[in-house]
Design a protein around this ligand. Structure first.
Ligand code: NAD
Length: 365
């Protein structure tokens, strides 16, 4: 039994809808296991720009620094803050949190439920047995490199982005992947574009060097284009995939279809800071604010609820509780309940709140 402080940043669009359900499930965990979770809500994204003048305020950053973990929904989706001329982008909230809290390792587990194999666009026999973990570098690479701008030149406009990685940045994320692989099936696939990019050549060299310290783990290298193909050709052959920021961003959206829907995939963003309970981290579904379905009770809250399970496991070391949440999700899906994104003949379609309620009830036992 413990008292845990959680900053809850629900954000925009379906962010608050799915986060509310994750908090409902957290309440069920608290009641069943006797823990105290102090949740403190704050604004991020469009909501924060409108009310506080920035995508995330200094006060909210401070709240996050002082918490044991962060539960994050999604940000963005308001046309007035999008496009090249927007002064403050809602996504700045996430970029600031990741950078200032040094959350460099983004873990995205992908393990399709057997009951949902038919929901994927892939054939069941290709999918069966898939259980992979993407470890994406989150605080470096082309999303952070400077310069990054559109410029006026004598020949007209041009644009530049900078892809830069230090050896130390590569080494720490590759190490994270090898450490995680040791607790799984002991295989790491390092993804790069070493045939073209210098940053990828340093990435590959570093991965080879680190691999020398893990003789019990197999290392395979794949070019990112080839990995995109193998992910849908032989997904069950992967164990841990480690890759740089932008490649990981794109590959995990592709991989989300293995699980049937974006609404099924959780993520954990971790650094090295420890609290008295475990690793400090930020937990969020991989999907965005989905403005096309916001406010319609159509959002699948499972990605947010499974993100909560990751929080219980990594930040609070509450393994039994994390297992109970994951088991509850599996049970409800096996019982035939689906949200709209997983609509299937003969299944019971429920709204966001009802799905959250069913899972919370199953956790409560
Ligand atoms: P999105 O992930 O919001 O939606 C993509 C598609 O998947 C949509 O059709 C949506 O309806 C569906 N979808 C997503 N989550 C779902 C869920 N839980 N249940 C059911 N269906 C779901 O991506 P997008 O439409 O490209 O982006 C919308 C906004 O979100 C943009 O402003 C984007 O910048 C932002 N975004 C934010 C994050 C984040 O906060 N981490 C991540 C990605 C995109």
């Amino acid at each position: 039994m413990g008292t845990y402080a959680i900053a809850v940043l629900a954000g925009d669009g379906i962010g608050p809808e799915v986060t509310e359900e994750a908090v409902r499930v957290l309440g069920a965990v608290a009641r069943r296991y006797g823990h105290v979770f102090n949740t403190i809500e704050a604004l991020v994204g469009v909501a924060a720009i409108d009310a506080e003048g920035d995508a995330i305020s200094d006060a909210t950053m401070e709240l996050c620094q002082e918490s044991d973990a962060i539960l994050f929904g999604a940000v963005g989706g308001a046309p007035r803050y999008e496009g090249p001329n927007a002064k403050i982008q809602p996504e700045r909230a996430l970029f600031r949190l990741r950078k200032e809290l040094a959350l460099y390792a983004n873990l995205r587990p992908i393990r399709p439920f057997d009951a949902l194999l038919n929901a994927s666009t892939l054939k069941t026999d290709i999918l069966r047995g898939t259980d992979l973990l993407v470890v994406r570098e989150l605080t470096g690479g082309i999303y952070y490199g400077k310069p990054s701008e559109i410029r006026e030149t004598a020949e007209g406009l041009d644009a530049i982005d900078t892809l830069i990685y230090t050896e130390a940045e590569i080494e720490r994320i590759v190490r994270t992947a090898f450490d995680l692989a040791r607790e799984r099936r002991k295989k790491v696939t390092s993804v790069d574009k070493a045939n073209v990019l210098s940053s990828s050549r340093l990435w590959r060299r570093t991965a080879d060097r680190v691999a020398g310290e893990y003789p019990d783990v197999t290392l395979e290298h794949l070019l990112v284009d080839s990995c995109a193909m193998h992910l849908i050709r032989r997904p069950a052959s992967f164990d841990v995939i480690v890759t740089e920021n932008m490649f990981g961003d794109i590959l995990t959206d592709e991989a989300s279809m293995l699980a049937g829907s974006m609404g099924m995939l959780p993520s954990a963003s971790l650094g090295t800071r420890r609290t008295e309970f475990g690793l400090f981290g930020l937990y969020e579904p991989i999907h965005g604010s989905a403005p096309d379905i916001a406010g319609q009770e159509k959002a699948n809250p499972i990605a947010a609820i499974l993100s909560l399970a990751l929080m219980l496991r990594f930040s609070f070391n509450l393994k039994q509780e994390a297992d109970a949440v994951e088991k509850a999700v599996k049970g409800i899906v096996e019982a035939g309940y689906r949200t709209e994104d997983l609509r299937e003949e003969g299944k019971v379609i429920v709204g966001t709140k009802e799905m959250g309620r069913l899972i919370a009830e199953a956790v409560a036992g």
